[in-house]
Design a protein around this ligand. Sequence first.
Ligand code: FE2
Ligand code: FE2
Length: 146
Amino acid sequence: MPLIEWDEERHSTGIQTVDDQHMRLFELLNDLHAAMEEGRADEEVGTVLQDLDEYTEYHFTDEEGMMQDCGYADECNGCFNDHKEVHAEFASRVSQLRERHEDGEYITMDVLQFARDWLDSHIAGDEQDQSYGEYVQREFTDYTYE
Ligand SMILES: [Fe+2]
Ligand SMILES: [Fe+2]
């Protein structure tokens, strides 16, 4: 069974680009989870952490850029700054996990649990990705991102 399953109602922001990137993050975690179940987590956790690091950086930059482009960041500057801070915290947690892994600690369970809970609540959270998605849907009924 996958660790985290996409639930359209819970996770969709209504913005395809954002949803696609979130799904990719779910996939990374599910791959690591599958590796753990097959006893291959030790070999894979380093690569997954690196991918998670790189892909979240890419996703956060993209998401923050969209928030600025569509006016959300101006409409609620506080929301935008808080959101950026939450992204930065996640990135620093991932770096810490990478360090622990490099020090030889077994961290697969911590990675899976932390990243799953974080992603789920960040995407579905009222004041996080969903609220930005709702803003875009409200203000730009035919808005599309390339
Ligand atoms: Fe976000
Ligand atoms: Fe996001």
